[in-house]
Design a protein around this ligand. Structure first.
Ligand code: SF4
Ligand code: SF4
Length: 363
């Protein structure tokens, strides 16, 4: 450890403001998509008599399971499924970002992550005023709870990739249930059941007191990105020689990672928010480094690359004409009327029957 008087101060500008702007822009974009989709649903409800507003393809970003299936079929066959093509491109962009900068999507672009962060900041202020410290769950509660999101992810992976054949996945993607998945999601939130409302309220309250409750413990998407993040070559690296052990990085970490004890942060919980790097008082001590070429990646470059990667992949979808799906509005009106009768296979027995039905059809 070097003496305090010999410290070269870290004069690099923090990137948290920029991160906040990116998060806000994404949240506004999602709200805009929500408004457009609302008017599209109104059009369907009026059976075509209200003003027609185009269905915003960005809504498919909220259909991760369908998008994951489309992505899998694309990788295997090279064919982009026609139902939710934008969802597939958004999914691919998120995966690519996590391969480059770990779970950066969660802290830079995800609107749920942003909301969770705002609620957490608010809760932390109250908690600190009342008890003069943060509320941190003990390890024996935190660790089992963190495994929940992996159990949920495991369930989806098993149900899709182990129980369903490729033909069944394609039939599912073609199914009316999948075509109206976005409309079903809309109705779920528009007509919240008592149970769903209670669950959302509980999640909200828990998120006030336990930072990132949903993201840390329950989000299967975050679990998937956490696993992908291990493949990312860009990691937070601490220079043990110049570190003065002030502990500011650990204090600043919203994911409760002991940054001041690590040489390299290897955690599925690190969301590349760069809070730790921003607060480190010593120059060139805590950085994002590419561990393959052993070079520091500047913070500003990270911020720009995350945004550019997202725009690039979704832009490819738009430029190649694979953004809007090909379902005519007249079909949507019919689907909307009938969609309550559309179900999907849920249990092993039903999935087996579904697979058999698909095989019989293809004979
Ligand atoms: S280790 Fe640093 S970059 Fe990772 S979550 Fe914690 S503060 Fe953010
Ligand atoms: S913020 Fe962390 S890495 Fe930087 S000097 Fe303090 S303990 Fe070391």
């Amino acid at each position: 450890m070097i003496e305090k008087k010999n410290i070269i101060r870290n004069k690099e500008k923090p990137v948290q403001k920029f991160r906040f702007y990116v998060q806000s822009a994404m949240a506004i974009l999602c709200m805009w998509i929500g408004v457009e989709f609302f008017f599209f649903v109104k059009y369907l409800q009026s059976e075509g008599s209200a003003v027609f507003i185009n269905r915003p393809p960005g809504v498919e970003g909220f259909l991760p399971i369908s998008s994951m299936m489309s992505f899998y079929i694309f990788i295997k066959t090279g064919v982009i499924h026609h139902a939710h093509p934008a969802g597939m491109f958004i999914f691919a962009a998120i995966l690519l970002i996590s391969l480059v900068f770990g779970k950066a999507f969660c802290s830079w672009l995800c609107p749920v992550g942003f909301l969770s962060e705002l609620i957490g900041d608010f809760g932390e202020r109250i908690w600190k005023k009342l008890f003069k410290r943060k509320l941190i769950l003990p390890k024996y509660i935190d660790i089992p709870l963190r495994s929940l999101k992996y159990l949920l992810l495991g369930f989806f992976i098993y149900a899709i990739f182990f129980l369903m054949t490729d033909a069944a996945i394609i039939t599912f993607l073609d199914s009316p249930y999948n075509l109206v998945a976005d409309l079903k999601m809309f109705n779920f939130f528009a007509e919240l059941s008592g149970f769903a409302l209670t669950a959302l309220t509980v999640l909200f309250v828990l998120s006030i007191f336990i930072r990132n409750f949903w993201c840390r413990y329950l989000c299967p998407y975050g679990a998937l990105l956490g696993l992908f993040s291990f493949l990312s070559p860009n990691k937070i690296v601490r220079n043990k020689v110049s570190c003065i052990d002030c502990g500011l990085c650990t204090k600043a970490c919203p994911s409760l990672i002991k940054v001041d004890k690590a040489s390299v942060v290897l955690s599925d919980e690190c969301s590349s928010c760069l809070n730790c790097v921003d607060v480190c008082p010593v120059a060139d001590t805590l950085n994002v480094k590419n561990i393959i070429v052993k070079k520091t990646v500047p913070k500003k470059a990270i911020a720009v690359i995350i945004v550019v990667l997202f725009m690039l992949i979704t832009g490819i979808g738009m430029i190649t004409g694979n953004w809007q799906n090909d379902i005519p509005k007249e079909h949507y009106i019919i689907h909307y009327e009938r969609m309550n009768s559309y179900g999907h296979p849920t249990g092993t027995k039903e999935v087996n029957e579904f697979n058999k039905e698909v095989m019989d059809k293809n004979k």
